[in-house]
Structure formats: structure tokens, C-alpha cells
Ligand binder design. Structure first.
Ligand code: KG4
Ligand code: ZN
Length: 334
């Protein structure tokens, strides 16, 4: 079965073709980062308009690059939530219109399920059950994944998400938006000269809280008489140490608690090299398996949506061409 996947939940227009037998055939992406950078964050109306401009040319190019006619597609999977309502509407409308014109089923996908399943795009795909550490711009969750659609959230953030903490800290250090990657690159030049808190590190349960960490960075920044590049690098270093310490420890505790030996990491912060290093080291010491999607599939992309569509086809494919978007949609409700 050949699935065309469409992702437009936020600031990336992503499309992909996934074949249930051959795997991922191709994917292409247009990022709006430059468009929103001058505003320091995503401007929803600009995001919707940009998705409209790019989605059809992207689909055309994807089909052309893979020498596939649109009529060969068996089903269209698209992100129907959560996300920005206008942005979601663009992808949903295009997906349902193509499905209607070809009279093929469509598959509405939960954006976080796409992230959760993204490690399955890799040659060595994890098998159920596993624990997922889903760390993106809007979410920081530990999820017990038993099968497609069988997800139990065992830990969540009480306030800021991990990516949000990276972005806000990056902004404090003048690194622009989104700042996760820039902060991580700067941290590589820094060293252990400051101490920041590790929120909830020793608490019971598997919840996270990162807003205090961001406030601690603000206090530290204000205390500096000069905020030169080397001080910024040292702050970035300690921030990254603090946040990854918490993510790693909570993931390990949850693995032990659930008696699982497989962890998958997904979402934009899953691209963080320090987080990967620490988890790989811990997995070797404690004999569990850890897998990550390729860097390009950590952040938003169409491939994870096409894959989720192929895996979910028998559960959620529909043929009525009716649709609604769900800007707020809990993973536990699917
Ligand atoms: O999954 P994603 O593309 O979008 C959401 O669904 O939210 O994640 C974006 C987030 C941003 O906060 C970005 O700063 C962060 O992922 N991010 C990183 C890195 N690359 C992206 N954070 C830390 N280290 C990175 N290398
Ligand atoms: Zn995402």
C-alpha cells in the first residue's frame, strides 16, 4: 500500500511517500524558520499562508522525483491535530480534497503518534512494547507504547516542554528562534563553571518541570557583569547538562518501573547530541536498548505521518471525506 503523508501542524510543510512493503520512498520538506525568526516565534497566520504557498508544489515535486503518478497512491495520511488550527486546516483540506478526487481513503493522524513511531522509519525498527521519551517544542512525555494506538502516558511536563525550555533559554542568550540547535552548538564550546538546578530529579513519579530552570538561567544571566561569548557558552553548557540529566534519569526510572528494556527517543529535542550520548552510555551500562530516529525525522516531517498512516490504515482509514482539525488533542483520546 502506498501512502502519501502530509504534515502541516506548525511551521514545517512536510510530505512523504511510504510504501508498506518497500518502506520510505521519499520525503520533502519546506521549513518556515526564516519566516518566523524575526518575530522570535511562530506567527500562526503567516504559517497558514506559507503552507498554502508550498504544499501543492512540494507534493508535485515529491511525486516527480520518485516517478510516481498521484493515481498510484492508495491512501492519504495527514496531521489533523494537535497544532495551529489554520496550519492544520491547510494540510487537512488538501489531503481530503486529493482523497475525494481519487476516491481513496484518508487517515487523520495525531501529530505526537507520528513522532512516537518515527524511530520505526529506521532499518533497525524497535518492536513493541517500548518506552518513548517524546521531547518536542510543545511536549515532554514518557509514554508506555504497547501497540499501535495503545499508549499510556506515564510522565508529562507540569509546565514548559523541554524544547520550549531550550528555545526560551536560547532567546535569553540572544541565539534567535528556534534556539535548541544553536544552544546545543554553543554548549559544545562551554564547560562546567556554573550550577543550575535539576528540577524534580529526585522526586517520585516521572513528571518534568522546566520553567524553574529557565528562571534560574535568567537570574544567572542578570548576575553577569559582562555576557560575553565564553560566559554564554558556559551557561549553555550547564543548561544542557541540567535538562539532559533530568530527561535521562526519569526515562531510566520509568523503564525500570515498567520493566521494559527498550527506549525510543523522539521529537525535536531527540536530535540533541548530549542527550543521545548520555542515553547511549546509560543503555550500555544497564543493558537496555535505545533508538533514535535519524536527525531529519526528529523534528516535524511528512515521513513520520506517512508511516503512521501505513501502520494505522486498518484502524483509522475512512472514506467519507469529512474532516475536522483538533488544535487541542490529547494522545490518550485517540
Ligand atoms: O518536534 P519539533 O520539530 O516540533 C514540535 O512538535 O514541537 O520540535 C521542535 C523543538 C524546538 O523547541 C527546537 O528548539 C528543539 O526541538 N530542537 C532541539 C534540537 N533541535 C531541535 N533542542 C535541543 N537540541 C537540538 N539539537
Ligand atoms: Zn512535532
Amino acid at each position: 500500500m502506498l501512502v502519501l503523508g502530509i504534515e502541516t501542524s506548525c511551521d514545517e510543510t512536510g510530505v512523504a511517500l511510504y510504501d508498506s512493503e518497500k518502506g520510505l520512498l521519499g520525503h520533502t520538506l519546506h521549513s518556515q524558520i526564516k519566516l518566523h525568526a524575526e518575530y522570535g516565534g511562530v506567527v500562526p497566520e503567516l504559517a497558514s499562508r506559507d503552507h498554502i504557498r508550498h504544499i501543492i508544489p512540494l507534493i508535485d515535486r515529491l511525486l516527480k522525483d520518485n516517478s510516481i503518478e498521484i493515481t498510484a497512491v492508495d491512501s492519504i495520511a495527514y496531521t489533523s491535530g494537535p497544532g495551529l488550527s489554520g496550519a492544520l486546516l491547510v494540510g487537512s483540506t488538501v489531503a481530503e480534497a486529493i482523497a475525494c478526487s481519487l476516491n481513496i481513503p484518508s487517515i487523520p493522524i495525531h501529530h505526537l503518534e507520528g513522532h512516537l513511531l518515527a524511530p520505526m522509519l529506521e532499518a533497525e525498527s524497535p518492536s513493541f512494547p517500548f518506552l518513548a521519551l517524546l521531547v518536542s517544542g510543545g511536549h515532554s512525555q514518557l509514554i508506555h507504547v504497547k501497540a499501535i494506538g495503545d499508549y499510556t502516558i506515564v510522565g508529562d511536563t507540569l509546565d514548559d516542554a523541554a524544547g520550549e525550555a531550550f528555545d526560551k533559554t536560547a532567546q535569553l542568550l540572544g541565539l534567535g528562534y528556534p534556539g535548541g540547535l544553536a544552544l546545543s552548538n554553543l554548549a559544545e564550546k562551554g564547560g562546567p563553571f556554573f550550577t543550575l538546578p535539576r528540577p524534580l530529579l529526585n522526586s517520585h513519579g516521572f513528571n518534568f518541570s522546566f520553567s524553574g530552570l529557565k528562571t534560574a538561567v535568567l537570574t544567572l544571566v542578570k548576575k553577569q557583569e559582562v555576557l560575553n561569548q565564553s560566559i554564554k557558552a558556559n551557561i549553555a553548557f550547564e543548561f544542557q547538562e541540567a535538562i539532559t540529566d533530568v530527561l535521562v534519569k526519569k526515562s531510566f526510572l520509568a523503564l525500570e518501573h515498567l520493566n521494559l528494556n527498550q527506549l525510543i527517543v523522539s521529537g525535536g529535542v531527540g536530535a540533541n547530541k548530549k542527550l543521545r550520548e548520555k542515553l547511549i552510555k546509560l543503555s550500555l551500562k544497564n543493558n537496555f536498548k535505545v533508538s533514535f530516529p535519524a536527525f531529519e525525522f526528529c523534528t516535524d516531517n511528512g515521513a513520520m505521518i506517512a508511516l503512521a498512516g501505513a501502520l494505522r490504515y486498518h484502524l483509522s482509514a475512512k472514506n467519507d471525506f469529512k474532516y475536522t482539525v483538533k488544535p487541542r488533542w490529547r494522545l490518550s483520546e485517540i
